[in-house]
Design a protein around this ligand. Structure first.
Ligand code: ADP
Ligand code: MG
Length: 677
């Protein structure tokens, strides 16, 4: 039995592949959590980091509040079950199941007892004398599970354990594993690429894509309130319809106009309109309209469509219909409709009850429960936060993580709806709100509340028992460890590490030619034409966000062009030649993939990269960690002569994993000289 906490976990493989990025998750003791996502999204890597089979590049992993980053696999009390059962062919089922215990020098009678108990749970008691080859796929998988059970682990990790089974057996084993979880009362982390498996098995589903968590929540919540287009289309069968659309405003009303269907407007509910306005969107832009197949009905009038395929599934009918001028068919899921035939001309009615709207570029959802509430605020150096007419107070610990930029101008206080509390808790900030309206969901109500003096809503989840109503006045609490300060580009201004003030002792002197030289304690020198200070000793304060990274030539080339592929000479007989050509093609393919990844992750343009530093304007830096944000990267580094490590906010095209030692250019507004303390 154990709970797990993932804090800002990254995995960067050698060569720079970022397999897992900023993975944050709390798994409750005894939970059944499913990691789901397409192949290559980082599921197995995450699981292997939990098992201790793969090192954690940065961030922290806690099992039962103990940080286990450096705890060896065998001491983590974890059992893992793989897709390939990895049974020893020469051993019987009994020996296979007991082998781990034998290695740990358990007594034979203890082994026997534990294996028998596990066999009973899995209903394989009568198979204990057989060898793996005498078993069916399902039975083998059970033995693999049994081998994990006898170890009585605190956490069960299962990596696509059912992928090798045929469809029918898979469905059966699903229920078996769910039952097993109930019997064992242990934490399960289950990996699959199959959305149906995920939806039917997990208490919590973590949807991943390209190394990032897209959303983590209860299955029904992911279905009702997908955070983005990826989650919306990944879960649900048939898939959500996604249709290019524009918006139409008439008085207070807003409607959706499907591409090439001007005659028919889907007018939105008043509450939906408020949500759209709250997300601050441009009404002139194009959006992606989302509607699930069961929210479209066949009607006497509406959007004309032509039926291409009809699937009768017994209790329901799936209709694939073409709307003129649309690339993709619209999918309609209806109760049994026997009269609709392929090639019929029909009319579609789009309900406005459960609709979605996604930004074409960011693909974020603009309706429903947002990922974050974002409230404009101002923070001063004393930690006072002005939020509308209220003033909140950050504590010192929180303040020590804010980067310089947090204190300039209007910022955004952000919090996820599920983190807002209705009861006071230590380390939380009270905020007075008034409820504007409520949206009901299966598991809870979403409350849209107003903070006096601020336009955007503070949005939170409330249990249905609370029976919160329109116009209620209440106090909600924002727990500091889940409250962030963002800039307007969605970069968090709360660094993971303490953001020390980047201080060093320095000596300012005037050179023969009149130029001014700053000498930092251990010999690094910066030279400027003019500086508004008198010669003498000062504290040098390096600003976090004003420096620029100088790349070495090799890294610059790599970031612009990707890895270089060496051509392997093609000689020898035909067979050898063929395999060499194949190897070369494979290397080219891999390089191309890597290049696309670099493009996507760093988005580097040749012109953005500095490859040489102007004389006397740079410092040399050694880096040990980074924290990529939306478009900046917080870099934690060492510079000779500085009191503590320094925190720098550099462009996101730089990664310390590509170049751990580098120079930074310090412009003359990149620092301040303060009197010695
Ligand atoms: P999933 O289990 O979701 O299919 P993985 O965690 O296996 O994904 O892989 C995530 C990414 O990391 C992929 O791009 C994969 O190619 C890469 N990767 C996995 N293992 C390694 C490794 N040992 N070395 C380098 N890259 C790896
Ligand atoms: Mg995998």
């Amino acid at each position: 039995m154990a709970g797990l906490k993932f804090k800002h976990i990254y995995k960067v493989y050698q060569g720079g592949v970022r397999a897992v990025n900023d993975f944050n998750l709390e798994i409750k003791d005894k939970a059944f959590v499913v990691l789901v996502g397409p192949s290559g999204c980082g599921k197995s890597t995450t699981l292997r980091m939990v098992a201790g089979l793969e090192s954690i590049t940065s961030g922290q992993l806690f099992i039962d509040d103990v940080m286990v980053n450096d705890v060896e696999s065998k001491n983590r009390d974890i059992a893992m079950v793989f897709q390939s059962y990895a049974l020893y062919p020469h051993m019987t089922v009994f020996q296979n199941m007991g082998f781990g215990l034998k290695l740990r020098h358990e007594k034979p009678e203890v082994i026997k007892e534990k294996v028998n108990a596990a066999a009973e749970i899995l209903e394989i008691s009568d198979l204990l004398d057989r060898k793996p080859k005498e078993l069916s796929g399902g039975q083998r998988q059970r033995v693999a599970l049994g081998r994990a059970i006898v170890r009585e682990p605190n956490v069960f990790l299962l990596d696509e354990p059912l992928s090798n089974l045929d469809a029918k057996l898979r469905v059966q084993m699903r229920t078996e594993i769910t039952k097993l979880h109930e019997k064992l009362q242990t934490t399960f982390i289950y990996v699959t690429h199959d959305q149906t498996e995920a939806m039917t098995m997990g208490d919590v589903i973590v949807v991943m894509n390209k190394g990032y968590i897209q959303q983590a929540d209860a299955p029904v919540t992911l279905f009702e309130d997908p955070a983005n287009l990826f989650v919306a289309t990944f879960l649900g069968s048939p898939q959500m319809n996604i249709i290019k659309s524009s918006l139409k405003k008439e008085g207070n009303k807003i409607g959706v106009v499907l591409e090439n269907v001007e005659s028919n407007v889907v007018w939105l509910r008043e509450e939906t309109v408020k949500q759209i306005v709250n997300s601050g969107i441009d009404l002139e832009k194009q959006y992606l309209f989302g509607i699930r197949p069961d929210q479209i009905t066949i009607a006497d009038k509406g959007v004309p469509a032509h039926v291409e395929v009809v699937e009768q599934l017994g209790d329901e009918t799936i209709i694939y219909a073409k709307i003129e001028g649309h690339e993709k068919n619209v999918v309609v899921k209806a109760p049994l409709l026997s009269h609709i035939k392929s090639q019929d001309d029909i009319f579609l009615n789009f309900s406005n009850e459960r609709v979605y709207l996604f930004d074409e570029e960011s693909e974020h959802s603009l309706i429903g429960m947002p990922s974050f509430s974002k409230l404009p605020c101002e923070v001063n150096k004393n930690g006072e936060v002005k939020l509308g007419k209220q003033v909140l107070q950050f504590d010192e610990e929180y303040m020590s993580h804010l980067v310089d930029e947090a204190f300039e101008g209007t910022k955004l206080l952000t919090i996820k709806p599920e983190h807002v509390l209705l009861e006071a808790q230590e380390g939380s900030l009270p905020v007075d709100v008034k409820v504007d309206f409520i949206e009901e969901r299966t598991n809870y109500d979403i409350v849209y509340a107003v903070v006096e003096g601020i336009t955007p809503y503070l949005i939170f989840r409330a249990s249905k028992e609370r029976k919160i109503k329109k116009n209620d006045k209440l106090v909600v609490y924002l727990p500091l460890d889940n409250t962030y300060i963002y800039d307007d580009k969605e970069n968090s201004l709360v660094a993971r590490e303490v953001a020390y003030p980047n201080k060093a002792i320095c000596k300012l002197s005037t050179l023969k030619d009149g130029k001014r030289q700053i000498e930092i304690s251990k010999g690094e020198k910066l030279v400027y034409d003019e500086l508004p200070y008198q010669d003498g000793e000062y504290q040098f304060v390096l600003k976090q966000d004003k420096v620029e990274v100088v790349f070495d030539k090799k890294t610059a080339k790599y970031l612009i062009n990707g890895p270089k592929v060496q051509f392997v000479g093609v000689g020898g007989g035909t067979k050898r030649r063929r395999s060499k050509v194949a190897a070369h093609m494979k290397a080219v393919e891999a390089a191309k993939k890597e290049r696309d990844l670099i493009k996507e992750q760093y988005n580097v343009q040749a012109g953005e990269i500095l490859v040489s530093a102007p004389k006397g304007k740079f410092l040399t830096v050694s880096c040990y960690d980074e924290e990529p944000q939306k478009d900046v990267n917080y870099v934690y580094a060492q510079i000779k002569g500085f009191d503590e490590y320094v925190t720098l906010a550099v462009k996101n095209n730089f990664s310390v994993y590509k170049m751990p030692k580098f120079k930074i250019v310090v412009p003359d507004d990149g620092f301040e000289l303060l009197p010695l303390e």
